[in-house]
Design a protein around this ligand. Sequence first.
Ligand code: GLU
Ligand code: MG
Length: 462
Amino acid sequence: MSAPVPGGRPGEAERAAELAAALADQGVHGVILSFVDTAGINRVKTVPVRALPSAVRWGVGMSPVFDMFLADDSIVGSDIQGGPDGDLRHYPDLDGLVALAAQPGWAWAPVDRMTQEGGPHHSCSRTLLRRAQSDAEQAGLTFRAAIEIEFALGRGDVPHPEFVPACLGSAYGMTRVVEQSDFCAAALDALERQGVEVDQIHPEYAAGQYEISVCALDPVAAADRSVLVRQTLRALAGRHGLRISFAPSVVAGGVGNGGHVHLSAWRDGVNLHGTGERRYGMTGEAEAFAAGVLDALPALAAVATPSPSSYLRMQPSHWAGVYAVWGHETREAALRVVTGTAGQPGAANIEVKCADLAANPYLLLSGLITAGRDGIDRGLALPEEITGDPSRFSPEEAERRGIRRLPTTLDDAVAAFAASSLPARAWGEYVPDAVLAVRRGEAARMQGLAADAVAEAYRWVY
Ligand code: GLU
Ligand code: MG
């Protein structure tokens, strides 16, 4: 839980040498050094396995301009960043190093992005999340997080960028498990071999759609895992003649892919969400944490639902949680209070349903933690609980009950983000500047395009 040190932390180069030798014995040739950019794209450098100790000591060079990349690889600029100058050092984190079961010959590790002078890069989203975690720890708070992964499997034998579902069976239907039996079993096997504890894999609602959920971890590890699991599934899809989409909207008008975030705050090893006297077992702190998150969701939309494709998904009655309200086990609320089974207080958490997988998971989690802690500091209480589908209310009734939609366009999300003081508190100056520049760049790219064209533009990129 500390930043890399140029030259390596004590004993780290030796550990890297041992790990590199063990990986080479297993037939691993290269190590993928992975980070996620502002647009939510997983970008990498790779090194031969024998260079792992050097990468751990001195990092690997990569430009800071990736903070300003769009999903189509075009580049935007701002007054304070962008452009061809400068270089960073990417340091692999050995605690996250994994031999990839679905990509024989390769291992993978998340990186921390550092300056050449040896300080943290101001926009390293992983460092910022680690900082949010350690700041909270100073105040006695720890967190458990997990990101659900929904995805659509398409046939690999159709022309790009078409999507033809790779299964025909019913939503949640056994037929779909039969149709993609090999893929689903291979996913369980590969993730198990990578040390990923899978909770469930199951067919979802939309055409070709499935979901995988994994166990909760500390937030940095949960974000790392979200990246690793998706790339593992992608590699497997290719091996099974399939194409995989994690895009918020695979086909415009349909139910999309969510990336629901489960988050719980703990103090002294006790889950604050399941051990209190307030509604649904929440402690006062858990309720204030949840209220802080709820309050910040409109401002955080530019991070939680960051893509033009996100707003095709964000439709009422699609279980995407498009209303800035909360409810107990309510699938139409952006914030779902999850209590789990009676007698299992450790399982209680809040689920942020609006989020999707175009989000940079590190930024998303640090934003949620900052918002939740803000709620605790301000002693916020949750408003009235909402049950059922809020879309049944007339506009007047919705207004009376305080039911607001989350931003319905990327432009609205950008406006809410720009008007909020939360981004600066969560991430300082550079990340919010990059988020605004990148979101405006994506919105400009899609200006005037029909929904089908927007879905197609982002279908295969995340
Ligand atoms: N696919 C839905 C979404 O867009 C979620 C379905 C579910 O609740 O699992 O978030
Ligand atoms: Mg789901």
